[in-house]
Design a protein around this ligand. Structure first.
Ligand code: HEM
Ligand SMILES: [Cu+2]
Length: 531
């Protein structure tokens, strides 16, 4: 009996401690937030289609981009791959029955939902206009939005992050099947492990920072406001000390996904497995040392800026190693371009553009020109949307047969992947050009000479939106009418493919066979036909 048949009532889902069911609970809830955040983005792009601020007032516009940022960062990107696919796959990939603390896992989901609901309440009550970065002194002294309620929501979801990270770390340490050493772990598990370390180490700093901000806003305790004896730059340090590592919470799991999909669709072992694992740890650790690159123009000392600039360049090295190794994995493989592979390749290309433009921003002199322009907006969307969201969709298509027992209609899935890739580039590439030309971020009116590029961007967003909506239909269709999936429809390696699709409640009916080595693909024997 599969885990899906373990009970069909709502109660059986809301009280389940099965990591696979909790993964689905997360998938549903983050999808809701993805579409709410997407709705805000749609309004933003509509407003920017014309130079005049004619759709919404400047105040509403500020609330829109704040809602968009807060929802996308904390309620979609941070949980996305770890809490959906990390949850579903971690025990399966290491041959375990469940996570180390199943009930804690369920609690994490409830905390996440509670935090999300608080944020939604703040939005319904009137929203926040500070931007997702909540910079002081604006957020403490002047903003008339629902800052405290929003931050409280973020604070609560933070506990979900911390507990999930803790759960994953303990699971990787203690529940690997006998014989499964560290260098036999799939790279997805390495990525989830490193991400968990960041979740546990960085999130408490965010929690503390939100509390300090609330203390100053409500009780005028001087922490950040110079008039009260505080220091506004301190806020930026604390905020980015969490938020730069947080960008690796978003992108490391995406790298893990690419490292599973690419070898499978190239029928090759991953190139440089050990380097890939070390690069993950390298990114996770250097990621803690570069936060000051968000503050080059905030008034930090030149010496600090130079050090942060240098360290930011260093982070690019392990990132480049990964791109190189994925490419080398493709070399002389027997490539197949089904939907998951299209997403994985899209991820690699877009992540590379995002990463390389990060180097532009890490150069001190150039950043003075580019900071707070659309160049930055484009940079982080290439990484977070081109990278993380692309990989999330890749994972969705790759593991869908395992999760649901149904095959995805591949033609539709490919059409969506191509639409998303094209729509994404039409939306965000013009924004690099806008940024270089001097268009500042967070403005709802602009001089008419920027209109052509803005219009291109808005038109691209329509294509992108269609691309994101399509899977909703064909995935729902596949649940009812899709072909049944075998245990291993992609002929992939990894323990999760050794159990039935969908897996039984305790994952394996027989103890799985640990293969000789990870990613044991052979390009000379192309894979068995999809079934
Ligand atoms: C090669 C690695 C990277 C480098 C060197 C880099 C560099 C930078 C720099 C210098 C900035 C500040 C620009 C400014 O405000 O003037 C920036 C902004 C940003 N980056 Fe990156 N970055 C890299 C990778 C990433 C990754 C992997 C992510 C996300 C997954 C990311 C997400 C962001 C975000 C969200 C911002 C803007 C924050 C804001 O002001 O709202 N970056 N990056
Ligand atoms: Cu950063």
């Amino acid at each position: 009996m599969s885990y899906l048949d373990e009970g069909h009532t709502i109660k059986s889902w809301l009280t389940s401690t099965d990591h696979k069911r909790i993964a689905i609970l997360y998938a549903i809830s983050i999808s809701v937030f993805f579409f709410v955040g997407g709705a805000a983005a749609t309004l933003i792009r509509l407003e920017l289609a014309t130079p005049a601020g004619d759709l919404v007032s400047h105040d509403t516009y500020n609330r829109l981009f704040t809602a968009h940022g807060v929802i996308m960062v904390w309620l979609f990107l941070i949980p996305s791959i770890p809490s959906v696919f990390g949850n579903f796959l971690l025990p399966l990939m290491i041959g375990a029955k469940d996570l180390a603390f199943p009930r804690l896992n369920l609690l994490s989901w409830y905390l996440y939902v509670a935090g999300g609901v608080l944020v939604l309440c703040a939005l319904a009550a009137g929203g926040v206009d500070t931007g997702w970065t909540f910079y002081t002194p604006y957020s403490t002294m002047f903003s008339n939005g629902y800052v405290v309620l929003t931050l409280f929501g973020v604070f609560v979801t933070g506990f979900s992050s911390i507990l999930t990270g803790l759960n994953f770390i303990v699971t990787v340490h203690h529940l690997r099947m006998p014989g499964m050493g560290w260098f036999r772990l799939p790279l997805f598990i390495w990525a989830i492990y490193a991400t968990s370390l960041i979740l546990v180490l960085a999130t408490p700093v965010l929690a503390m920072t939100t509390l300090l901000l609330v203390a100053e806003r409500l009780w005028h305790i001087g922490v950040f406001d110079p008039a009260l004896g505080g220091d506004p730059i301190l806020f930026q340090h604390l905020f980015w000390f969490y938020s730069h590592p947080a960008v690796y919470i978003m992108v490391l799991p995406a790298m893990g996904v690419a490292s599973e999909i690419i070898p499978c669709f190239a029928r090759q072992r991953i190139f440089g497995y050990r380097f890939m694992a070390y690069a993950i740890l390298g990114i996770a650790s250097i990621g803690f040392l570069v936060w000051g690159h968000h503050m080059f123009v905030s008034g930090q000392s030149m010496a600090a800026s130079m050090v942060f600039s240098l360290l930011s360049f260093l982070v690019a090295i392990p990132s480049a190693i990964k791109v190189f190794n994925w490419t080398a994995t493709l070399y002389k493989g027997s490539l197949r371009f089904e939907a998951p592979m299209l997403y994985a390749l899209g991820f690699v290309g877009l992540f590379m553009i995002g990463g390389l433009t990060g180097l532009f921003l890490a150069s001190l002199a150039l950043d003075v020109h580019l900071t707070d322009t659309y160049f930055v907006v484009s940079h982080f969307h290439y990484i977070m949307v081109g990278g993380t969201v692309m990989a999330y969709f890749g994972a969705l298509h790759f593991w869908w047969p395992k999760v649901t027992g149904k095959l995805v209609p591949d033609l539709w899935a490919r059409i969506a992947a191509v639409l998303i890739f094209l729509g994404f580039n039409f939306t965000f590439f013009p924004q690099y050009l806008l940024g270089v030309a001097g268009m500042p971020r967070r403005y709802h009116q602009y001089p008419p000479q920027f209109q052509v590029l803005h219009l291109l961007s808005s038109a691209g967003a329509v294509v992108l939106a269609i691309g994101y909506l399509l899977p909703l239909f064909y995935l729902a269709w596949s649940l009812r009418y899709g072909q049944r999936a075998s245990a291993n429809p992609w002929d992939a390696r990894g323990l999760e493919w050794e159990t039935s699709s969908p897996p039984p409640t305790h994952n394996f009916t027989h103890p799985p066979q640990l293969p000789e080595r990870v990613y044991d693909y052979d390009p000379t024997s192309p894979r068995a036909v999809a079934q």
